[in-house]
Design a protein around this ligand. Structure first.
Ligand code: AGV
Ligand code: CA
Length: 323
């Protein structure tokens, strides 16, 4: 039986690449996509997402935009970045995507989709958790529909990536955007698997992998992924400007779990300055959160290269505009 996945992302280039990767997995069925307006302007992110779904022939999967608000806004310059993806020729070729944009708010949409599935869902989350938390508060019964929450978030034994005036640098952005919601989520005893910076630090976007991917650009999906990753290469040197495959790594946990090592931890989230959003390991042995602690890198890159060796869906399946 296919694994049902619900994807809650926040529209970064990394999130869009994660969507593309998810759409290459024949063993999963995507039940819906919600865009959380955190590290993106959601209209740009929704357009790019729907066009990716068109290209991959998944025009039957609906997408909604969530109206939730965080506590600490992402930098505008990061939020605008996904618009570059809409300027790529593969996306410009589509005037109006066929993949439906739901008129429901993203929180209601999440409740609706989870309620309507007859099989437990993997909830993949690559942005802040606010949409999920609001959905759980609105209808607590949806918790019973969630088999596992796979979340790219946190920085446990490594420095965080928030660099703002009053912060001490210990937090990861997806938690920092809305630390009170993350605090609440971690207290719920839901089946939660975290992919924190501790492990994503091992997958910076780098030329050796891009070169390998470029060698197979006769495949349309590889070509698109190559160009998306190229837009993340920053010419400013330094760790703070280095883009990582944060969300892509979390997405591979859904597709190929056996290349990761995991540990149970008891975690809590700080909600006040100067470490607002820090994920802290508590000194107790009955940890409720599964934390991904390492990945077999050669197998990770092989998996990506293999998944991206695909072409787009035949034009007929992509909607009427191309026929
Ligand atoms: O903290 C990592 C999260 C991931 O979900 N995001 C980006 C990924 O989508 C925030 C982020 C951290 N550093 C960034 C980020 C950067 N340099 N550019 C854009 N977003
Ligand atoms: Ca993200």
């Amino acid at each position: 039986m296919k694994q049902i996945v619900f994807f809650d992302h926040d529209g970064g280039v990394d999130d869009l690449l994660s969507l593309l990767l998810l759409l290459t997995m024949p063993e999963t069925k995507l039940a819906g996509v919600v865009v959380t307006p955190a590290d993106c302007y959601p209209s740009y992110a929704a357009e790019a997402s729907r066009k990716f779904m068109d290209l991959m022939g998944r025009t039957d999967t609906p997408l909604a935009i969530s109206a939730v608000r965080g506590v600490n806004a992402f930098p505008d310059i990061w939020r605008a970045q996904p618009q570059i993806i809409n300027a790529l020729p593969q996306l410009l070729a589509i005037d109006e995507p066929t993949t439906p944009l739901s008129s429901s708010d993203g929180v209601d949409f999440t409740v609706e989709i989870l309620n309507n599935t007859n099989q437990p869902v993997t909830y993949l989350m690559t942005g802040p958790c606010t949409t999920l938390v609001d959905a759980l508060k609105k209808d607590p019964s949806i918790a019973g529909k969630i088999k596992e929450i796979v979340w790219m978030a946190g920085a446990i034994h490594v420095p965080g990536n928030v660099r703002t005036y009053t912060h001490n640098g210990s937090a990861e952005w997806n938690v920092y955007w809305d630390a009170p919601s993350a605090y609440w989520l971690l207290k719920q005893n839901l089946p939660l698997t975290l992919i924190p910076l501790d492990v994503t630090n091992h997958v910076p976007v780098g030329m050796p992998f891009l070169k390998q991917l470029a060698r197979q650009s006769q495949y349309e999906v590889s070509q698109l992924a190559s160009v998306c990753w190229a837009t993340t290469i920053n010419s400013i040197p330094g760790y703070d400007y280095l883009y990582h495959m944060w969300d892509v790594l979390a997405t591979v946990v859904v597709g190929k779990r056996d290349i990761f090592a995991m540990q149970q931890m008891a975690l809590k989230v700080a909600t006040e300055p100067p470490n607002e959003g820090e994920t802290i390991e508590k000194l107790q042995t009955d940890g409720a959160t599964t934390v991904v602690v390492s990945v077999q890198l050669p197998l990770f890159y092989d998996y990506l290269l293999n998944q991206f060796r695909q072409n787009f869906a035949p034009a007929l399946l992509r909607g009427s505009h191309l026929v």
